[in-house]
Each structure stands twice: as C-alpha cells, then as structure tokens.
Design a protein around this ligand. Structure first.
Ligand SMILES: *Cc1c(COP(=O)(O)O)cnc(C)c1O
Length: 376
C-alpha cells in the first residue's frame, strides 16, 4: 500500500525512547549475556531499519525476526550482527539464509534432514538454533527420542553450525508461575539430553527478563520492551512491575480536516448509528480502518487540541468523526494514540478498548501511515 504522504496522519516514533529502553536493558544484562533486539513485523510496526540501527547504537548484540525476508531486509541495510529467524523457514531456503549469514530456527528433525540436502548441493554451512517446545505448543522439539536423534544427526555434521538452542514461554508475563516453572523444568530436561554443544542457550523474552524470572539465558530476546511497553498486557489487567523503566516510543497523530455544526436529527457515518440531539460540532479525521484504525474504535476518545473527544458514528475506511466541545479550526492536532502512559489514550488503553493487547495495536497500523522519526 502506498504511504499517504499528502495527508496529515503519521505514526511518530521517538527514537530516543527506543535508545533508552535498549540501553536500560543492556545495563541489566549479566556478564556475557547478550541482547538480541526483536524487530520482527517491521519492528512491531515501528519501522525495522530505524529501530534496528538505534538498537545497535544502544548496545544490541544481534537481532531476531520472524521471517527470512525480514532478516534479508536488515542485511540489505548493512547490518552485519547476528540475525536469528524465529519462525519456520522453508528448508529449501536454507542455502539463501546461509549465503547471507542468517541463523535459522530448527522446528524438528525432518526439517534438519531436508535442509541438509539443500545445503550439501551448494556446499554451504547454516547457523541453526534448535527450537524446543517446552509448552508453548508452537514449534520445536518436544519428544525426547526425536531430540536425541537430532543430536546424533548433528554430530560432526558439516552442513550446520549449532549456534543455539532456545525455548519460548507462554506465560512469562503472568504472576502465576506454575506453567512457567513447568516449561523451565521441561527445557532443563531437554538440555540434559544434549550431546552436541550449542554456543548459546536462551529462553528470555522481555517478560522473563524484566520480571526477573532468573532462568539462565545467554541471550535476552528483547522485543516489546524496546518499544517501551510492559509485556504484562492482558486486557484490563494491571501491569506486573517491570525491573526497568520503559518509555513508549509510538504515537499516532493527525489533524482535523473538516469541522461543521450539525443539528438535531442529523446522523453521522454509515448506518447513522449516531444522531445529534441538538446542535453539535463534528470534526473529521482522515484515518480509517484501511490504516488499521479499526471500526471497533467507535466511542474511543482521542485528543483534539486539549480536549478528549469521542469518536461518533462508525469508523469509515479512510476517515472518522469526533464530537467536539466547541468549534475548532481545521488543522487542529489530533492525537489518536499518545506515547505518554499517563494520557487516557495511551496504547495500552487503546488495546484495552479493543479487547486486545498493545502488541496487536502497534502491528495493525499499516504502511499507509508513514513513519516519522524523532530524536534520531
Ligand atoms: C516475539 C518473540 C520474542 C519477543 O517477545 P517480547 O514479548 O516482545 O519480548 C521472543 N522470542 C520469540 C520466540 C518470539 O517469537
């Protein structure tokens, strides 16, 4: 989708917040522990390249992405630090990853065997991280036999360099630790089965790190924390207390493009779900569900000038309407999402309003909204 450069609506990303969040986490690392900045999905919607470069300056040792294409995007931008693809890459693309020095996650033994054939044909060696499914139920080895067989298969196997072994937690953001501890026990058991020696063994995501879960992890895969958001993000739940101060980086800003007075009985938007009970001032904002600003935001309050104003009527594809307390000039600033956690339209509040998590809100704002960077 072409970015809308000629309309007043942008996602602003404060790179000084990104820099501080990463630097704060780097300070907390244990000796030899590394920080890999998780910049998958266009850095959670913040922009992969600017975020990656800022994270590098702040002390990141490497990167995690979800897709091989996201890794190649970083390489093309000149980033030479280690990059790990966390998702499953088609085995036939193993040579492409190897050529670009990108490390891939290994989901199972069948994948290893397939990848070996493609690598042998081109005489390439691939860096791999063995994924362990300790209870996330997503990818990775979960059965002892298969993991033991994979260890055997990898012994003295020239097609692979065993850079890592890792697992991912389903509930590191929860105060109830039972399932978390079950996963830790399962992962420790798999570690005991190792006959090969991965360079790095890692488990930490942002939550496991900032809530001080204290499980040994050679790498912290630092994702949501980069963006200044608390990983404890279940709708309407209070945040767990993070061990570091996080500063949100993202805001979504626009302007009033039209202001008018409507009268009793006049409707607003498709289906006229809002009807004025008297004279009212209605403003129009040029953002809609095609930007990822969902129809479910009807009723949410955005900040227009200094006032919080409810979205009235249904959100359209490219515009929505707000009820203003008094007439305001066209061009008045509208903050749809604030990067100030104290403001009622902060990203967590927006996520709560949609009954979702702030990860999803950041990711759903699409490319039609240009990203603008502050404090580079
Ligand atoms: C996305 C992801 C992360 C980062 O998680 P955050 O909660 O954003 O810190 C870490 N590890 C894996 C395997 C992931 O998929």
């Amino acid at each position: 989708m072409v970015p809308g450069r000629h309309r007043p609506a942008v996602v602003r990303v404060d790179l000084s917040a990104i820099r501080e969040n990463v630097a704060e986490e780097v300070k907390r690392l244990k000796p030899k522990q590394k920080l890999f900045a998780v910049v998958k999905a266009n850095a959670y919607g913040h922009g992969a390249i600017p975020v990656a470069k800022t994270a590098l300056k702040a002390g990141a040792d490497g990167f995690c992405v979800a897709l091989l294409d996201e890794a190649l995007e970083l390489r093309q931008a000149g980033i030479v630090k280690p990059i790990l693809v966390l998702g499953v890459t088609p085995a036939e693309d193993a040579p492409l990853a190897a050529v670009h020095d990108v490390s891939l996650a290994v989901p199972n033994l069948a994948w290893l065997k397939q990848a070996e054939q493609f690598l042998q044909e081109e005489q390439l060696q691939l860096k791999i991280h063995l994924a362990i499914d300790s209870g996330m139920g997503r990818i990775g080895f979960s059965e002892d036999d298969e993991f033991v067989a994979a260890n055997k298969f990898l012994t003295a196997n020239k097609s692979f360099f065993i850079e890592g072994m890792f697992t991912h937690f389903a509930s590191a953001d929860s105060s109830d630790e039972r399932y978390f501890q079950k996963q830790v026990a399962r992962f420790n058991h798999m570690k005991e089965l190792l006959t090969i020696k991965p360079k790095w063994i890692h488990v930490d995501n942002t939550a496991a790190s900032v809530f001080d879960k204290n499980v040994p992890s050679d790498i912290v895969r630092f994702g949501i924390g980069i963006y200044g958001l608390n990983p404890s993000s279940n709708p309407a739940s209070p945040d767990l207390h993070a061990a570091l101060k996080l500063r949100p980086a993202l805001s979504l800003v626009s302007e009033l493009t039209h202001v008018k007075i409507i009268h009793q009985g006049d409707g607003v938007g498709y289906g006229s779900t809002y009807v004025a009970d008297g004279d009212q001032v209605i403003g129009t904002v040029p953002v809609g569900y095609a930007d990822g600003w969902l129809r479910k935001f009807q009723g949410f309050k955005v900040k227009v000038g200094d006032s919080y104003c409810p979205i009235v009527g249904r959100v359209c594809m490219d515009q929505f309407m707000v009820r203003l307390p008094q007439t305001m000039p066209v061009g008045t600033k509208v903050v749809l999402i604030s990067n100030d956690p104290a403001e009622p339209n902060n990203i967590k509040a927006a996520a709560d309003y949609l009954d979702t998590i702030h990860y999803e809100v950041a990711c759903m704002l699409n490319d039609r909204l240009p990203r603008v960077y502050d404090n580079e």
